[in-house]
Design a protein around this ligand. Structure first.
Ligand SMILES: CC(C)(COP(=O)(O)OP(=O)(O)OC[C@H]1O[C@@H](n2cnc3c(N)ncnc32)[C@H](O)[C@@H]1OP(=O)(O)O)[C@@H](O)C(=O)NCCC(=O)NCCS
Length: 172
């Protein structure tokens, strides 16, 4: 099946539908997640976040948030969610590809996320070595994945990951 889907950068007018999609995909447990706690630290990057639209309806969303850990800087990808009736059409993969391309164009050195390696591995994400980073809430460290854009950028991500707005500048 193919669906008529358009991809756009996120706009504030999409917020309510995105919230609904994330509620549907992750339920109330989403507020307890480590990634959610990090995202609570400040705004996401709307210009680097994307939606998929079917007509005027948002059917999928990916958000990107600036984070920091040690001397490293990155965008955290997520939440990524697709409405159930639009799953398995390549929309998730396409949104991830768009987000990675936008991150590279914006000069962001790395993208990280908490997610399933079997899904994100083929999209260019690898496990961050255990012990390199931590999160403000318990997280399965085998699910912390990164996509390096600038060589060496992932190795600079060390210690606690937090929203970039909450981390003091560290000399490079
Ligand atoms: C995971 C999700 C974003 C995938 O989006 P999608 O548009 O349905 O996926 P795509 O069409 O891009 O890719 C489909 C492929 O990914 C596979 N896939 C989907 N979820 C997967 C997962 N968690 N682990 C491994 N593979 C997965 C599908 O089996 C399918 O494989 P195939 O191409 O071999 O048939 C979507 O299913 C979703 O919103 N799930 C609920 C929320 C969620 O889990 N988000 C991810 C947070 S880390």
């Amino acid at each position: 099946m193919t669906a008529a889907v358009n991809y756009l950068p996120e706009d504030p007018a999409h917020d309510a539908e995105i919230e609904h999609i994330n509620e549907e995909a992750f339920g109330p447990g989403r507020f307890a997640r480590a990634a959610y706690k990090i995202r609570e630290g400040g705004p996401h990057e709307r210009a680097l976040s994307f939606v998929a639209l079917n007509g005027d309806t948002v059917v999928a969303s990916v958000r990107m948030t600036r984070v920091a850990a040690g001397a490293g800087r990155a965008l955290m990808l997520g939440p990524l969610a697709v409405r159930p009736t639009f799953k398995n059409l390549g929309i998730g993969r396409r949104l991830v590809a768009m987000a990675l391309e936008a991150a590279a164009k914006a000069g962001v050195p790395a993208v990280l996320l908490v997610g399933d390696e079997p899904y994100y591995g083929p999209l260019g994400f690898k496990k961050i070595p255990r012990g390199q980073i931590s999160m403000p809430r318990p997280v399965d460290l085998d699910r912390v994945l990164s996509h390096e854009i600038a060589p060496g950028a992932v190795a600079k991500l060390t210690g606690m990951i937090d929203h970039e707005d909450k981390v003091q500048a560290v000399p490079a």
